[in-house]
Design a protein around this ligand. Structure first.
Ligand code: AHR
Length: 307
């Protein structure tokens, strides 16, 4: 007669190692590197089997990775969509296979919100507004036109669309604030430098640079210095992210204002994965908390910056 004590206990869902398929945008910025590390470290800590795939900033690679995750029958798929549009078909395939999807960092524009469980990430429109508010306050006494150039993030990405929209919404309260040129720098230093060089050639009277991330601002700073101008003085610089190198530039007075975008989404994501596997209903939107930093704040905060 066998007793339950001699039998191997039946595996309960709680004992099963959770497999998470994660498709990352790429490695385009310091923010992204910190985000990747956060996801990898948190998955390890949670004891999950993480299948990590780097899409090198290409939507087709992300679609391929998601299809592979479906074939591998992972428990949960998560990804940070490089652009907002064009996801319905592959998300429907995941849904039909019964695999829940969690969006992190960037949103999709799918009308059918049943295609994903939740979206964990920043409010990019609000980030753009915060950048705009600081400029409106700083230039409130300006009697002359203030010429702004804008370095946009990856074309079609949620942060590029939203940061542009939020900034424009706020600066239109002052007719003197004018965006005279706006172009993508693809969220990279190299492209930020290249586009800023072109801006400087085409416009002799740039007062402000609004860069959608620190990396593009850092590239642009090189171009500004090479042109014999002082970043932060001759040209006011506003950027978004708050990575260590951005804080260094801000503490040196080369970036005047940074709006924080938090890349450390790993712990929230792993909790959401656990909840989804346990059958819990998640809120459709989980917003990350963020701050803003002037050069003075950056000096104080720099020693604490982890990424
Ligand atoms: O989606 C977040 C953005 O992507 C970050 O602001 C940028 O640095 C990154 O590449």
């Amino acid at each position: 007669e066998s007793t339950s004590a001699t039998k191997a206990p039946a595996a309960t869902p709680a004992d099963k190692k959770i497999t998470l398929g994660f498709s990352q945008v790429g490695a385009e910025s310091g923010w992204r590197t910190a985000n990747t590390k956060s996801v990898q470290d948190s998955a390890k800590e949670a004891g999950f089997d993480l299948k990590f795939s780097d899409a090198q900033q290409k939507q087709e690679n992300q679609i391929k990775a998601i299809r592979t995750f479906i074939q591998q029958k992972v428990d949960v798929i998560s990804f940070s969509p490089v652009v907002e549009s064009g996801w319905d078909t592959v998300l429907k395939e995941a849904k039909d296979a019964g695999i829940p999807v969690i969006l992190t960092d960037r949103a999709v524009d799918s009308k059918d919100t049943s295609l994903y469980q939740t979206f964990i990430g920043s409010d990019f429109v609000e980030e753009g507004r915060r950048a705009g508010k600081w400029l409106v306050d700083t230039k409130k006494d300006a009697k002359e036109p203030v010429n702004i150039v804008e370095l946009q993030g990856t074309t079609g990405s949620a942060p590029a669309n939203d940061r542009k929209a939020g900034f424009e919404e706020v600066i239109k309260s002052n007719a003197n604030l004018k965006v005279i040129a706006s172009q993508t720098g693809d969220f990279t230093r190299a492209k930020g430098k290249e586009v800023m060089q072109a801006f400087l050639k085409a416009h002799k009277d740039i007062d402000v640079l609004y860069a959608h991330n620190d990396d593009m601002a850092l590239g642009a700073i090189q171009a500004i210095e090479a042109a014999g101008l002082k970043p932060g003085k001759d040209i006011i610089i506003i950027s978004i992210d708050g990575v260590k190198d951005g804080f260094v530039a801000a503490s040196e007075g080369k970036i005047n204002f940074i709006v924080e975008c938090n890349p450390l989404l790993g712990p929230q994501l792993m909790q959401a994965v656990r909840d989804v596997v346990a059958g819990k209903q998640l809120p459709k939107r989980i917003v990350t908390k963020e701050g803003v930093f002037t050069s003075e704040d950056a000096k104080r905060e720099l020693p604490n910056r982890q990424y």
